[in-house]
Ligand binder design. Structure first.
Ligand code: XMP
Length: 513
């Protein structure tokens, strides 16, 4: 039986992050609802148990509380934040409302250097707090092993029963040594080895997809981006020809995009791929349109039309697959249940399943972007696809200011190809969030050789970001900028000026529209 850790979810927005940290330890974990009966948990023979945080208070009338028999299973237990308070509630401690909510950075001082949770860690650690209630009396048999400015009970242990509580959140990035604390718990205290890898994830996902889909047909809108590509490869592994991918050429793709997708998925993976070249239709509808929101609306609406028509030709499909990732799912998680499948408005096919009366298959819903990339490589997708930077659904239309025409698209494609090539050759492409060219339809005078020119301007954008919500411009080296400028002006007809965008977000956006 696979070694595993059970995470009980009390409704914290970080529960999936705990699961991710455990995957990083190469250990398998399952997330179960907070009130899963103890015998059900015992039947899984887990090596240990983690109690998640929660927005609730243990004394609230509708507080999510676990089956108390859990504490008699003899398993190592780690309670995180609310999880610590649950330990106190059931095992003879006391929790009281704090005078003020403790939120943000704190400094943890480890008092007991023998506590196995903090093995091989410094004596003072930066930690992240987010709690209202606080522990005021230790549960029976527990002692305090670490303190913060605001709490004498920031970390507690009962070494005989291998039970631990942390008032702070070790799973979040703001607790820099948090992953080592979790690693100490799963390896040293629960005795898990490092046996679980992405290959196992694939096996489990294949099983889950097959069970969900049965013998029904599934369709998937393939965009060539990382998420839909990895979802396609995974579904293909699970259900083979029951999957049909639809790839719509909306006329505003980058150079070679359609070829790469057809090459990789059609010829290499040999999955059922419907390629619909609707470029002419999209460009016809975009004619004369300059307002950014109108462009987006036209592209979105036309996409749905074209996609629906293509899907009808596939025949009776019951499921629509989407490459939704965990960060795409809005962060408020109803207690213990599945996260509400509210998709960020950026998602381009959001309205489809409802209209088409399809059920959703979302095999990447628990993963984070970098894990999806790892999964893609494991499934045999080329780096060119797996390590791609984000690209907006409305494509180059949002990178051409003003009207989108075939001639302007050609200019932008040529400039973009150079940016991508140079960024890749210099290694910068893989280090940053996004880098691309935008076309400004203003023309200015220049000289080339003996001739005066009157050409367009290309703006180069390179940004660093965690999630696209905020961004900073990247300090690219001057020699790289010089190469970009020289190549674009020499090789792209119609362009005689190159600018580098030094605006952060906010106040700017990442794309130019
Ligand atoms: P902005 O320009 O709003 O972009 O700062 C933030 C991030 O979102 C991407 N983006 C989109 N992605 N469909 C998408 O799938 C869209 O309509 C869309 N618009 C912007 C953008 O590339 C950046 O990474």
């Amino acid at each position: 039986m696979t070694e595993q850790i059970v995470i009980l979810d009390f409704g914290s927005q970080y529960t999936q992050v705990i699961a991710r940290r455990i995957r990083e330890c190469n250990v398998y974990s399952v997330i179960l609802r907070y009130n899963t009966p103890a015998p059900e948990i015992a039947a899984l023979a887990p090596r240990g148990l983690i109690l998640s945080g929660s927005p609730s208070s243990v004394y609230a009338e509708d507080a999510p509380l676990p089956d108390p028999a859990l504490f008699e299973l003899g398993l190592p237990v780690l309670g995180i934040c609310y999880g610590l308070q649950v330990l106190a509630y059931f095992l003879g401690g006391r929790v009281e409302p704090g005078l003020k909510r403790e939120y943000g950075k704190g400094t943890l001082r480890v008092k007991d250097s023998f506590c196995p949770l903090f093995a091989n860690l410094p004596e003072t650690l930066q930690v992240w707090n987010s709690h209202g209630d606080r522990l005021t009396k230790l549960p029976t048999g527990f002692k305090s092993v670490a303190v913060t400015e605001n709490s004498d009970f920031a970390a507690i242990q009962n070494s005989d029963r291998k039970m631990f509580g942390l008032q702070f959140h070790p799973e979040v990035a703001h607790t820099p040594h948090g992953r080592e604390i979790i690693a100490n718990f799963v390896h040293n205290l629960c005795g898990c080895g490092k046996n679980w890898t992405m290959r196992h994830y694939i096996d489990q996902a294949v099983e889950a997809i097959s069970a969900q889909v049965g013998r029904e047909k599934v369709i998937l809108g393939l965009s060539g981006g990382v998420d839909s590509s990895v979802a396609a490869a995974l579904l293909h592994r699970a259900i083979g020809d029951q999957l049909t991918c639809i790839f719509v050429n909306n006329g505003v793709l980058r150079g070679r995009e359609a070829e790469v997708v057809r090459e990789v998925f059609g010829r290499h993976f040999k999955l059922k791929l419907r390629y619909v070249n609707a470029s002419r239709l999209f460009l016809r509808r975009l004619k004369g349109v300059t307002e950014p929101e109108r462009k987006r609306k036209i592209i979105g609406k036309t996409f749905i039309e074209v996609f629906e028509a293509a899907a009808r030709r596939v025949g009776k499909a019951r499921f629509l697959a989407q490459g939704t990732l965990y960060p795409d799912v809005i962060e408020s998680v109803p207690i213990g249940g599945n996260p509400a499948a509210m998709i960020k408005s950026h998602h381009n096919v959001g309205g489809l399943p409802k209209r088409m009366r399809l059920r959703l298959v979302e095999p990447l819903k628990c993963l984070f972007k970098d894990e999806v990339r790892e999964l893609g490589l494991e499934l045999g997708l080329p780096r060119e696809i797996v390590l791609r930077q984000p690209f907006p659904g409305p494509g180059l239309a949002v990178r051409i200011l003003g009207e989108v025409t075939a001639a302007r698209l050609e200019i932008l494609r040529n400039a973009d190809r150079i940016v991508v090539r140079e960024m890749k050759d210099s290694g910068w492409y893989y280090k940053i969030w996004q880098s691309f060219a935008a076309l400004l339809p203003v023309r200015s005078v220049g000289v080339m050789g003996d001739e005066r020119t009157y050409g367009y301007t290309i703006a180069i954008r390179a940004v660093e970001s965690q999630d696209g919500m905020t961004a900073d411009w990247v300090r690219l080296p001057y020699d790289l900028l010089e190469r970009l400028s020289n190549r674009i002006i020499n090789e792209v007809k119609g362009v005689n000026r190159v600018c580098f965008d030094i605006t952060s977000k906010p106040p700017g956006t990442i794309e130019w529209e």
